[in-house]
Design a binder for this molecule. Sequence first.
Ligand SMILES: Nc1ncnc2c1ncn2[C@@H]1O[C@H](COP(=O)(O)OP(=O)(O)O)[C@@H](O)[C@H]1O
Ligand SMILES: [Mg+2]
Length: 368
Amino acid sequence: MAGTRAPIRLALLFGGRSTEHAISCVSAGGVLRALDRDVYDVLPVGIDLAGRWIVLPDDADALAAAAEQLPEVTAAAGRQVLISADPTASRLAPRDQTAVVRDTFGDIDVVFPLLHGPFGEDGTVQGLLEMAGLPYVGSGVFASAAAMDKQHMKALLRAAGLPVGPYAVLRPGQSLSEAERERLGLPVFVKPARGGSSIGISRVEAWDDLDTAIKTARANDPKVVIEAAIVGREIECGVLGRLDGPGPEASLPAEITVDSPSGFYDFEAKYTSGQTRFDIPARLSPAVRQRIQDVAVAAFESLDCAGLARVDVFLGPDDQIVVNEVNTMPGFTPTSMFPRMWEASGVSYPALLDRLVRLALRDGAGLR
Ligand SMILES: Nc1ncnc2c1ncn2[C@@H]1O[C@H](COP(=O)(O)OP(=O)(O)O)[C@@H](O)[C@H]1O
Ligand SMILES: [Mg+2]
């Protein structure tokens, strides 16, 4: 049937209300550039910082990060729309109409929610798409919510027998007890429970600095996670669903070496060049590499992830593995770790996108 297949109508959702808005825009630029227009009829839908949904022109260049400015979705750049939670209605209706207009933008076959952080990667948008009956790329409501929340992610990983470092959780008004300080030891990492891109995270080397770090984390999330610092190499591993068999598969792992003033992989080190070295693939013995891949697949399955995830681990001096986190919508520019790890594993960026969309179409919305 080659050549006669109708194009797949794909809505690319990006931007969003989280602090990772700009990162999502840059990822969307990469995806727009790579999607084959013979196969995909692409509808770019940006969500601005206020949460407005805007249908934008199909223009990858508008979303590239310029040296002087990070990209941002603005309402003036396109047409504001509403998504309907009624699967029998038009799924995207123009905002300026009081009546729902059918097929204003044509029907949508699949959504790629390329959103990071809260209101995007955390099950909220996934729930909306489920209500609308739209298949979408990536994890469902539960896995998205579970992976976003560092407290519950750790609990699920641990329940599956996976190695997780010592940690404590502070809800609003709570402070870290003496006993907890003793158990965790210094240094500790203080994090918003539901965050990303290292925003709001501090490394604390003296207990006198703890309160400031908690305040910084709480500015992003009322719930805070405090972790013992893990000594080890930072290794990431991509996990991808399979079209032709059961269970997901793992990419070759990659290593991140950071030389940042903060001493960890902070926002600066993630997005401004020069402070970070990426080894793709990581230099690992075959046995250790296999163990990391097994842990990554097990972590993916322990949270019931779907489609894709990036599993980040620490590899200790005696080759012991500690899982740091599972990202259900990892950075997706062509130079982001996830696509590059798959590239090194023999899956090109366009092939990766293709596989994710086909997995979404295969699995549909609803229980999967
Ligand atoms: N327990 C820890 N021990 C050592 N380093 C850590 C620890 N937790 C976080 N880090 C450092 O902080 C970075 C960001 O933390 P992470 O939990 O991955 O947050 P985010 O979800 O924002 O990416 C990590 O990549 C790592 O460099
Ligand atoms: Mg991380």
